[in-house]
Design a protein around this ligand. Structure first.
Ligand SMILES: *[C@@H]1O[C@H](CO)[C@@H](O)[C@H](O)[C@H]1NC(C)=O
Ligand SMILES: *[C@@H]1O[C@H](CO)[C@@H](O)[C@H](O)[C@H]1NC(C)=O
Ligand SMILES: *[C@@H]1O[C@H](CO)[C@@H](O)[C@H](O)[C@H]1NC(C)=O
Ligand SMILES: *[C@@H]1O[C@H](CO)[C@@H](O)[C@H](O)[C@H]1NC(C)=O
Ligand SMILES: *[C@@H]1O[C@H](CO)[C@@H](O)[C@H](O)[C@H]1NC(C)=O
Length: 494
């Protein structure tokens, strides 16, 4: 009886009801005039509460009532133990058990990819887990976490791992005590990534990783046990080696990417003890938070590659031409290199390096960027390396003919990235000459011709531009050096 009394009174403030007319007054009053006969009465209240409670949670996906689950659990436990001898009590326990079974069966699975949002896949909720809301504080990463207050203590369950159609994969939230039938509970922390683009593309892949790194920093450097990667709700089992290597450096170990290749049931249900879901890349994060992310990856990458965290090259100005082969390479590399060589020689302590990203290992790239103050490169994935330079370093970017009108906002990504990682994008050069397109200049069909074009040069302009940037960098480095008092870099999260 004491147990019963305790239950009713201590759970008072934790009632999951939001309405003014809550039955809590009745329940409390009952304990005062308690008699054994009343146990059946109490039980019926309890069952009513239970039903009301579940109607409530089925209707409102995300009320904020953190301990309602423990309330429920306690109540159920107390009834089954305290009133065992009492016929009313065991009847009640049976009812509760049946309620719990119903709850287990009522876990609702929805497709990971919501086709209703197919035309607005990047807007608002996205078509990934479209029924759920993100947690977002001003300037911080947007994320979902399970279990959490906003999930009402429920955890994330996933059914299916189709690699071709995301509408065949499903998700649901369930109470750890009432998991769907046959579900497997997996321990540890699972990072669930949604990327609208491709994990093989290092720019898009890195964008998808940024929010996890931000979450990791924000949560005391908490680490993932495993990763699940989605693209349009379809499972992806890998990412570009450049990216996975940098992520290994950042999180201090191999990425355990879920491959679902156990050969088992295609529609098996797996529930995750803890899950963190990201579906908006760096969206919503302030520039400061983004810089913190890039600072961490840069720092960890240097540690992994045994590159010194702070330069000791006596104020050398590193001017690096990072070349491409094939599309968007310079048509006459010799001529371009000559121009930069000439300008570099005019500035004391300038050092020119010419490299091809295609034959550099990842650590070669980390090392090269660590010695670069000015990165000169055509538009292309190799430019993603730019954040590996020290902060405040410079970028000069080159485009072939036709991109300005036809390539859309995608051509701005390295300008964005320079800004997000604390670099200075010092302009672009767009080749006025190039392959001819038989259609008008802004016809979309021209892009397929321009896309693979090469880049020429303008000696006068290149010389002027390079000399201007070199002198700015020289001034900046001089000012920074004269401040003295350099604090050695320490990586966050180490
Ligand atoms: C659960 O697994 C059993 C045995 O493998 C199977 O017979 C049953 O149909 C499964 N139930 C559901 C709901 O998948
Ligand atoms: C490339 O430029 C160099 C130096 O300006 C010149 O000598 C050479 O002929 C050019 N090569 C081609 C293929 O145009
Ligand atoms: C690097 O790649 C370029 C072009 O693919 C090639 O010409 C060069 O020989 C390669 N090796 C080195 C060490 O630069
Ligand atoms: C970058 O430049 C800004 C503005 O000039 C300066 O305040 C900041 O200290 C510099 N940061 C680093 C890391 O050099
Ligand atoms: C090269 O650049 C200079 C300086 O911007 C410009 O005046 C000139 O017209 C350009 N030459 C060509 C051939 O486009």
């Amino acid at each position: 009886m004491t147990a019963l009394h305790t239950t009713t009174t201590t759970t008072k403030p934790e009632m999951p009801f939001h309405h003014k007319h809550s039955p809590r007054a009745t329940a409390t009053a009952t304990t005062r005039f308690f008699s054994p006969k009343l146990s059946v009465y109490l039980c019926s209240i309890c069952v009513t509460l239970f039903i009301l409670f579940h109607i409530k949670i089925l209707q409102t996906p995300l009320p904020s009532s953190p301990s309602s689950l423990s309330f429920l659990h306690n109540w159920q436990e107390k009834f089954t133990t305290a009133d065992d001898a009492d016929s009313g009590g065991s009847l009640c326990a049976q009812d509760l058990k049946s309620m719990s079974d119903k709850l287990r069966e009522s876990v609702t699975f929805l497709p990971l990819k919501d086709l209703r949002y197919a035309n607005a896949a990047l807007v608002g909720h996205t078509w990934f887990m479209s029924s759920l809301y993100d947690t977002h504080e001003e300037g911080e990463v947007q994320y979902q976490q399970f279990p959490s207050e906003s999930s009402n203590g429920r955890i994330l369950c996933i059914k299916g791992h189709d690699k071709h159609d995301g509408s065949w994969n499903y998700y649901a939230l369930a109470y750890p005590e009432s998991l769907p039938k046959n579900a497997t509970l997996v321990g540890g922390r699972t990072f669930v990534s949604y990327n609208h683009y491709d994990y093989g593309n290092i720019w898009h892949g890195l964008s998808a990783m940024v929010p996890f790194i931000a979450w990791h920093i924000k949560n005391g450097c908490a680490l993932p046990t495993r990763w699940i990667l989605y693209h349009w709700g379809e499972v992806r089992t890998g990412m570009s080696p450049w990216l996975s290597t940098l992520m290994e450096a950042t999180f201090g170990g191999p990425m355990n990417i879920e491959k679902f290749d156990d050969g088992g049931d295609d529609q098996a249900t797996v529930c995750y003890e803890e899950a963190v879901v990201m579906r908006h890349n760096e969206g919503g994060m302030s520039r400061e938070k983004r810089m913190g992310v890039y600072d961490l990856v840069r720092c960890k990458a240097r540690m992994m590659c045994n590159v010194e965290l702070d330069r000791s090259d006596g104020g050398e100005i590193g001017l690096t031409l990072l070349m491409r082969t094939g599309p968007r390479s310079f048509r006459n590399e010799t001529a371009v290199v000559e121009i930069f060589e000439r300008e570099c020689k005019k500035v004391e302590s300038c050092r020119l390096r010419v490299a091809y990203s295609s034959n550099l290992t990842i650590c070669d790239q980390v090392k090269l960027m660590g010695a670069t103050d000015i990165l000169v490169s055509p538009h292309g994935a190799q430019l993603t390396n730019l954040f590996l330079m020290d902060r405040n370093s410079s970028v000069m970017e080159f485009f072939p003919k036709g991109w300005l009108k036809l390539a859309g906002v995608g051509q701005l990504v390295y300008q964005w990235m320079a800004s997000w990682s604390g670099m200075r994008h010092q302009g672009t050069w767009r080749d006025p000459n190039g392959d001819n397109c038989p259609y008008p200049d802004d016809d979309r069909r021209c892009m397929s011709i321009y896309k693979h074009g090469q880049i020429g040069y303008n000696e006068t302009y290149f010389a002027y531009w390079t000399s201007k940037v070199l002198n700015e960098v020289k001034m900046r480095k001089f000012e920074e050096a004269s401040k003295g008092n350099i604090i050695p870099t320490r990586c966050a999260c180490s």
